[in-house]
Design a protein around this ligand. Sequence first.
Ligand code: PT1
Length: 349
Amino acid sequence: MILNHATKRPMTKTYARPLGLVTGRSAGRLLARGEAWPLAGGPLAFTHVALHQRGQEAEVVPVADWQPDEALKARLTQPRAPIASFDWRAPVVMGILNVTPDSFSDGGAHNEAAAAVARAEAMRTEGADIIDVGGESTRPGSDLVGEDEELARVSPVLQALQGKALLSIDTRKAGVMRAAVQAGAAILNDVSALTFDEDAPGVAASLGLPVILMHAQGDPKTMQDAPHYEDVLLDVYDYLEARIEAAMSAGVAREKIIVDPGIGFGKTLDHNLALLGGLSLFHGLGCPILLGASRKRFIAMASKGEGEDARLGGSLAAVLQGAAQGVQMFRVHDVAETAQALRIFRPVS
Ligand code: PT1
């Protein structure tokens, strides 16, 4: 393989973005004729791929005329291994539970934990399949939180929720991962894709838990200053591919990895919209995809500058954009509305 001298990437690496997503009986007919291929094991199938190469216009070809290498074909088409209780045949809703000082404002540690537990239980009732507990804000401009502080925030909540809901822990710190697992967390969610804490890859591997690897450019404090990409879709893809390799080298099984393009993490409005439009590309990584666009700033930027509490329309549109491209998991604030939208949305059949 010839590598580009500057980028160390193969000169002619081809990235394949599934297009023409169908389901139901028409998918069945097309699959039988070889005119569609299953996407990640179904229920969606795709009839075309957009083939991307760096610096060139994408070329759209029917799958019947395409001969990818077998490894890429398998990653695009094979079912994903189950993770926790998820078989990936239906979208998974992850409810956001922020346990930061300003999230539950009535004050007092006990009251805060009790309010967090009540919110988690409400999200379960509204249709959340898993609750993502986070004690460090990673939104743009946020300051670092020390490990002890983060632990003090999340531990009481995790303990109170143990056995009541499936839990993930949103953290970049190995010590918090360890403690969270003790308290019953089933999935690790790391917005730094195991790069922030040098102990995180080894700890994630030794805990044996599924891990969400998210793309970010820069750290939360400064990431929105001047985000830059050569090609945002392909750059994010290559980063996630490299982080999957790194996690596997540390001992995390590929079957335990979920990938996430990291909407809002070091991205301009155009970058975020390009990622949303091209989500199906990430199926080529061979892992379930998580999308977290809920109430993020880019919605206001693309619209009329609405505040966080007035971004439901855009949040739901992003979820449906994902669902139409076979995204398996959605991290959201508005669980009831998201679950309702997903019940109504059916890709064209
Ligand atoms: C996410 C995510 C996350 N987002 C995963 N974990 C946040 N796996 C926290 C804004 O632009 O997308 N995926 N954990 C929250 N981070 C942000 C980033 C919140 C940007 C808001 C913005 O408004």
